[in-house]
Ligand binder design. Structure first.
Ligand code: UT7
Length: 343
């Protein structure tokens, strides 16, 4: 090395052997404004009874117009860093999973980096809809396991209210806004993430999509009135595939970890519909009481869903050191994933 050349950071030590990676802090944030089922009765032909019986949702949180995905994400990230006792400047990597970025360029993760002052990090987004948080965790895990970096901030954040068609009762009753975050670091005594399974099925892309606003159908003056930049979903098809795919993901991740469903202390599923969660509980033969469910209060928060639920479970002392947790998600793509983690 020529004299005076830049010395590599101690965090960027050369690859040796993969190391275990665990969660050292959690945080979440949901906007203040509550939109109850009764409020939706004024917008579309629906009822609190139908929404609650068919989905398990009572209310959801909606961000203000000037509250962007990066603001939700930064609030959750600050809380996760605080719970980990880690300064923002110690973060090497920020991944934001989102389908509602503030802007197409730059990535929302870069905006979060600036908002929280994580000046030493590299930052990028991942788009995997409601599965994004688990995809992002698995990506960050590789960076740490392979000694590319030491501290990662993984955030799932979505302002789905910005994609909802408020005249479509099939979708507008389901979604809410929010963000959930975890700080990942190497674990000193093993444990941490034991196994992760990720898969997607692009052949089923059409059953859950936002058709316009990308390079395929840019929004122009000619099509601006066609509502193309809103979410379209075939609910029944999505439901059917969700259950099958999530159960498959759970069993595959558990097998990889050498565990059985009965070894799991707490399941934290993507919060889309309580009937999906009940179907998974039934097929795994795990009592519903072991599932952490908060969708009655927050609705489906897309990529934020598992991060918010994990933070709430953590702060409510629903999980203890040594517990084995199972995360499972499903979303547009179609994408699905499951992760087994020792707390
Ligand atoms: O996070 C990404 C993954 N997303 C999901 O996993 C969502 C999966 N799908 C679901 O959760 C459910 O399919 C829904 C909650 C979206 C719909 O429930 P469903 O029991 O599958 O209802 P459906 O779509 O089969 O519709 C049944 C009836 C229909 O009326 P008709 O045709 O039988 O007369 C709908 O028009 O319910 C009607 N309906 C409603 N009625 C009152 C649909 N939405 C509403 C509504 N209020 N909001």
């Amino acid at each position: 090395m020529p004299s005076g050349a830049h010395k590599p950071s101690p965090r960027l030590c050369p690859p040796a052997f993969p190391r275990a990676v665990g969660v050292v802090g959690t945080g979440s944030y949901v906007p203040e404004r509550v939109l109850a089922n009764a409020d939706l009765e004024a917008l579309v032909e629906t009822s609190d009874k139908w929404i609650f019986e068919r989905t398990g949702i009572r209310e959801r949180r909606i961000a203000k117009d000037d509250e962007f995905t990066s603001h939700l994400a930064a609030a959750a990230a600050r809380r996760a860093l605080e719970s980990a006792g880690i300064a923002a400047t110690e973060v090497d990597l920020i991944i934001v999973a989102t389908v509602t970025p503030d802007t197409l360029v730059p990535a929302t993760a870069c905006r979060v980096q600036s908002l929280i002052g994580a000046t030493n990090a590299n930052a990028f987004d991942i788009s995997a809809a409601c599965t994004g948080f688990l995809y992002a965790m698995q990506v960050a895990r590789q960076f740490i396991a392979n000694r590319i970096c030491g501290t990662a901030l993984v955030i799932g954040a979505d302002k789905l209210s910005s994609l909802v068609d408020w005249t479509d009762r099939n979708t507008c009753v389901l979604f809410g806004d929010g963000a959930g975050a975890v700080v990942l670091r190497p674990t000193e005594h093993g444990g941490g993430i034991l196994a992760s399974f990720m898969q997607s099925n692009g052949n089923l892309a059409e059953i859950l999509q936002v058709p316009g606003g990308g390079s395929a159908i840019p929004i122009t003056a000619a099509n601006a009135d066609q509502n193309l930049r809103t979410l379209r979903m075939n609910g029944r098809e999505t439901f059917k595939h969700a259950v099958t795919a999530m159960v498959h993901a759970c069993f595959t991740a558990l097998d990889t970890a050498g565990l059985k469903p009965g070894d799991i202390a707490c399941v934290i599923p993507h919060q889309a519909n309580v009937r999906i969660i009940e179907a998974i509980a039934d097929r795994l033969d795990v009592p519903l009481e072991k599932f952490f469910v908060n969708l009655s209060r927050v609705g489906n928060t897309s990529a934020a869903s598992i991060g918010i639920a994990l933070d709430e479970a953590n702060r409510a002392a629903r999980i203890r050191r040594g517990d084995r947790l199972l995360f499972v998600a499903f979303g547009g793509g179609l994408t699905y994933a499951a992760t087994v983690l020792e707390w």
